[in-house]
Design a protein. Sequence first.
Length: 116
Amino acid sequence: MRLYGIKTCGSVKKAMQFLDAKGVEYTFIDLKKEKPTQEELESWVKQVGFGILLNKKGTTYKKLALKELDLSDAEIKEWLLKEPMLFKRPIVVYDKDSKENVMVGFDRENYQRVWK
């Protein structure tokens, strides 16, 4: 299992605390140091869509004034690949039912359903 985020993010901290308390092993990938690949992004988009992956409430989104640009999906993909701070965090990639699953953000109820 992989958890993508930044260590200073409150939602990432909550996710890590939850998973640690449940004894769930994961690999932490710091988005400030390691950008997701195009293949990873495309897999995530197929599962959750751009609307969930793109953090429109974040500082980076506002600083770059992306709201005013009316971006296409292809343009959103380009921005996410070059500026990983635009991702909503955390992004958790885990295996369940013999397939890879993606969960974005921290919602205790959703985490409880997966890791009882």
